[in-house]
Design a protein around this ligand. Structure first.
Ligand SMILES: Nc1ncnc2c1ncn2[C@@H]1O[C@H](COP(=O)(O)OP(=O)(O)OP(=O)(O)O)[C@@H](O)[C@H]1O
Ligand SMILES: [Mg+2]
Length: 355
């Protein structure tokens, strides 16, 4: 039927929880909404969210190798290389030849999750995508850069219009703003931005906005050929920031407690961007007059998942299917407590309620 929303989970900073959040959101959203299809697009060459969705650990990894080592890989690389080698005028390849029904490979996954699998070859393939984007326009009506940037956007619109159900889309990304991250961003309507508690988060948040929208004034040399400038000129939809997730890990925070989602410095910096450019953010029904309104409307703390969330991701399971007890992880027995499982579920449900 149609697309409810598409979300890129991105921060121009590594290790902030993008893949873990993608995995838990997809699994839980699919479980809570059996009538809605969930599509995950893994545009990170590390393929971490694909690995978790496909059963986690070494079984997820083996499955990815199977998908990625066929002549036409059943993965993002298979799809992108087919579209690019067919060329701009050609009809698009059937999307369902590339989309994986996750429950066929991971029996713990709900039936309504679908995946365009991550692939390590996305990294060596990046120069070919760049070359396609930078090709000379042979006629005034062709625009190779825009066409390339919109490959994922078009993929999403084909998949989501070809079924009786409604769809929600989550796109996992790489921290770098490489061409494949640009495709993820250009393909999504909204951004979910995981942010850590450390000092570099303020810088990362401002850098992210500069990459998407440029700086004022633009850089005298680089300013004219940035993604931001070209996206503006060529009418590419830049996704709006929908949610900032303060993802605090145990190593920084000590025991999981309730905490403010954003550090004061990060909140100040983002609120100042919001004041100058509210159009960079999704709209809210409440008026936002000060930093505390901004924090309330746009940010959520995500508590530490503790062992429960991490074991669950490692095994590719739904949080709700976990029971208190010991689980074997790489030959070691790890204890998961029932109260921690419930806390993780509540944390993910809180995010889902804001989508
Ligand atoms: N809320 C959380 N509680 C506990 N551990 C977490 C949480 N979020 C993420 N982690 C752990 O932090 C590590 C990094 O998370 P993840 O791989 O999801 O980050 P990422 O942003 O996708 O990284 P990359 O930039 O490399 O793609 C993982 O080991 C993951 O299990
Ligand atoms: Mg990741």
């Amino acid at each position: 039927m149609s697309l409810i929303h598409s979300y890129a989970i991105w921060n121009n900073k590594g290790g902030v929880g993008k893949s873990t959040i993608t995995f838990h959101l997809a699994m839980r959203y699919a479980e809570l909404h059996p009538d809605i299809n969930v599509l995950v697009i893994d545009l990170c060459p590390q393929a971490n969210s694909s690995m978790m969705l496909l059963g986690g650990g070494s079984s997820g990894e083996d499955q990815i190798i199977d998908f990625c080592s066929t002549a036409t890989p059943k993965s993002v690389v298979g799809y992108l290389s087919t579209v690019i080698s067919n060329g701009r005028g050609a009809p698009l390849p059937p999307q369902d030849e590339f989309v994986i029904k996750v429950s066929s490979y991971n029996t713990n996954a709900p039936e309504n999750i679908f995946l365009l699998c991550g692939d390590g070859n996305l990294e060596p393939m990046a120069p070919a995508i760049n070359e396609t984007a930078e090709a000379k326009a042979l006629t005034p009506s062709t625009n190779p850069w825009k066409w390339t940037q919109e490959i994922i956007k078009n993929f999403i619109s084909h998949v989501t219009s070809s079924d009786e159900k409604n769809w929600i889309v989550f796109v996992d990304t790489n921290p770098s703003f490489s061409i494949y991250t640009q495709l993820a961003v250009s393909g999504s309507e909204r951004l979910i931005v995981p942010i850590n508690a450390d000092d570099s988060s303020k810088t990362a948040a401002s850098a992210m906005v500069a990459l998407l929208h440029g700086t004022n004034p633009p850089h005298p040399i680089y300013g004219s050929w940035t993604y931001a400038k070209r996206a503006q000129e060529q009418n590419i939809n830049v996704p709006k920031i929908h949610l900032l997730i303060g993802n605090r890990l145990t190593q920084f925070e000590g025991p999981a407690t309730a905490f403010a989602a954003l550090s004061d410095a990060t909140a100040t910096s983002l609120f100042s961007i919001f004041q100058n450019h509210p159009e960079y953010f999704t709209t809210r029904s409440e008026s936002i007059c000060n930093k505390s309104d901004f924090i309330n409307e746009f940010s959520l703390p995500l508590r530490d998942f503790n062992t429960a969330g991490v074991v669950c991701a490692h095994l590719g399971r739904k949080l709700s299917s976990m029971k208190q007890g010991y689980y074997e992880i790489y030959g070691r027995n790890v204890k998961v407590n029932a109260d921690k499982i419930s806390e993780c579920i509540i944390a993910i449900d809180t995010i889902i309620n804001c989508l």
